[in-house]
Design a binder for this molecule. Structure first.
Ligand code: B16
Ligand code: MG
Length: 216
């Protein structure tokens, strides 16, 4: 058994790819509001909370809004996003993730999800994976979002584990920063320019080599 006892998974970009639906939701809102928004800008939204994404969009477009308008814009985007979520199913699990989860579970490790999304329970329900996890933390769990370590620390506490016993899988730079700040081992999924600062980096979920992480 390795020194690790728990594995914490980010949701969007690690377990499933909902980034496209987030993009479509933001794009619809941006078009309606005559704001500039494209896929490249959407990359900045990876792992970032809904309100922070909206603020980035407003700032880039030099738009000043009242607190009420801000709330309405975020709600509108979320309604569009939830419409897209109706289409997802088990088929939307990223290639290789089920094998990794089953493998770790068989070896007796604890498993958790820690996502910035307030829609985590809807997505997890659609993917039909809830039973695989010992605990699930989401955008409602803590006040300070990634890159703050809070969500991962909260998750470790719920697993009854010390931070140094946990490994985090993340696709966002802010998520890798959060895992490192929490004193956990960070596994970055994606290009080096995005997650190269993690302890381990793999280009995609399919390429993850668990043996490299779980040494004796
Ligand atoms: P919601 P993760 C994140 O999920 C997404 O990567 C990010 O693009 C999104 O803005 C955030 O969730 C909040 O999502 O609007 O559903 O609350 O990568 O932390 O699983
Ligand atoms: Mg993510």
């Amino acid at each position: 058994m390795s020194k690790f006892r728990g594995f914490i998974f980010d949701l969007d970009g690690v377990i499933t790819d909902t980034a496209e639906y987030h993009y479509l939701g933001w794009k619809k809102l941006a078009d309606e509001e005559n704001m500039e928004f494209d896929r490249e800008f959407n990359e900045k939204f990876r792992g970032v909370s809904r309100m922070e994404c909206l603020d980035l969009l407003l700032e880039a477009n030099d738009r000043k809004v009242t607190p009420e308008e801000r709330k309405e814009l975020a709600e509108r985007k979320n309604n569009y996003y939830q419409e897209y979520l109706k289409n997802i199913s088990k088929d939307n699990l990223l290639d290789g993730i089920e094998e990794i989860l089953n493998n770790l579970k068989d070896k007796g490790y604890k498993l958790a999800i820690a996502s910035a999304s307030k829609n985590t329970s809807i997505v997890v329900g659609k993917l039909d994976i809830k039973d695989m996890f010992d605990t699930i933390s989401d955008g409602h769990s803590v006040k300070k979002s990634k890159p703050a370590p809070d969500l991962f620390l909260y998750t470790a506490e719920n697993l009854n584990l010390k931070p140094e016993e946990c490994v985090v899988f993340e696709d966002a730079a802010a998520g890798v920063d959060a895992a490192i700040a929490a004193n956990m081992i960070a596994v970055g999924i994606g290009p080096k320019k995005r997650v190269g600062h993690a302890h381990y980096q793999f280009d995609s979920v399919k390429e993850i080599k668990l043996g490299k992480i779980i040494k004796k």
